[in-house]
Design a protein around this ligand. Structure first.
Ligand code: KIV
Length: 289
């Protein structure tokens, strides 16, 4: 497939996303958790890079996102920051970092923005987060909302299921989106929502929607990097399209290397260093010509 250069090579900012929506541009968002990935993703022209708390699942090996701490997110935001020039860098507020009051929430978000140099934070939850979103925005911190399936609620939900499947639940989602927009978020993630409801929300709010498992009508699509590249373990949700199988590629490469070591074909002379002639002569060591 040919490499398509991004339509807007200039730096992406939180306010610029609204104008992109008005122009009908389709933007893309991917997660990243380390420097090399951040460089690759940024240089590929991805518009938004999210250091998501999916870090817990795909990098740290936790069973869900609940255990992820602010310090863990911060280490990864710093690494990603060093690799990003153009994309908007967003850091997830992990579970527990915004549950003990507005001052604590601001303190946690300030660490992500000041120490991690994230340009925005993402917060899970709808109407119940309005007070916190307003406070963060008041402190000049850009906020991305996240409704539908909120993985940090797994202990209450019991399973990762499509949200907004009844008329009442769909209306609540729409109210969540309105409330977040009114509170000042610059974009809203819609996770695991029926495509019709995602379309309704997308057409009803001025800020862009960012869909994951929410159909084609969202303004922006987001996926988890490891899912897109076949580096995840376990059953993938149906919305994931794997564009590569890096697990297989990596397994092939490391097995091949191990075979070469075991058979004595790695390293070759060209992959090692010879002793200079004078030293060899003095030590009476024979060197290969
Ligand atoms: O943590 C994460 O990666 C996310 C995205 C999937 C939206 O919240």
């Amino acid at each position: 497939m040919p490499y398509l250069k991004p339509e807007r090579p200039e730096k992406v900012s939180a306010p610029s996303l609204r104008a992109s929506k008005e122009r009908g541009e389709k933007l893309v968002c991917l997660t990243a958790y380390d420097y090399p990935t951040a460089r690759i993703v940024d240089e590929a022209g991805i518009d938004i890079i999210l250091v998501g708390d999916s870090l817990g699942n795909v990098v740290l090996g936790y069973g869900n996102t609940v255990p992820v701490t602010l310090d863990e997110i911060l280490i990864h935001v710093k690494a990603v920051r060093r690799g990003v020039e153009r994309a908007l860098l967003v850091a997830d507020m992990p579970y527990g970092s915004f549950h003990t009051g507005a001052d604590d929430t601001v303190r946690a978000a300030l660490r992500l923005v000041k120490e991690g140099e994230a340009e925005a934070v993402k917060l899970e939850g709808g109407q119940k987060r309005v007070r916190l979103v307003k406070r963060l925005v008041h402190e000049e911190i850009s906020v991305m909302g996240h409704i539908g399936l909120t993985p940090q609620s797994i202990n209450q939900l019991g399973a990762y299921r499509v949200q907004g499947k009844t008329a009442d639940a769909a209306r609540r989602l729409l109210d969540d989106a309105y409330a977040l927009e009114d509170a000042g978020v610059f974009a809203i993630v819609l996770e695991l929502v029926p495509r019709e409801i995602a379309q309704m929300i997308t057409e009803s709010v001025k800020v862009p929607t960012i869909g994951i498992g929410a159909g084609v009508h969202c303004d922006i699509q987001v996926l988890v990097f490891h899912d897109l590249l076949g580096m995840a373990f376990g059953k993938l949700p149906r919305f994931v399209r794997e564009y590569a199988n890096l697990r297989e590629t990596i397994t092939d490469a490391v097995t091949h290397w191990a075979e070469d070591v075991r058979s004595g074909t790695y390293p070759s002379d060209a992959e090692s260093y010879g002793l200079p002639a004078e030293a060899a002569e003095e030590l009476k060591i024979e060197t290969k010509k």
